[in-house]
Design a protein. Structure first.
Length: 59
């Protein structure tokens, strides 16, 4: 039997949207942790590079 949009209960729609939201939030948090880690690595690398350039110019 085919469901029409009006035959789907509001509770079902709400639950589905809440599940989808939770799933997207989990994915967002996962990727944000990865991005934050790369950001830290980039900052550390830039600092180290700057230190090396400064030492080289001071010699």
């Amino acid at each position: 039997m085919r469901h029409t949009p009006t035959s789907i209960s509001q509770t079902t729609v709400i639950q589905s949207l809440e599940d989808e939201l939770k799933n997207h939030q989990q994915k967002y948090n996962y990727h944000k942790r990865i991005a934050d880690g790369y950001c830290k690595i980039i900052q550390q690398t830039e600092l180290k590079l700057q230190e090396i350039k400064n030492v080289r110019h001071n010699c």
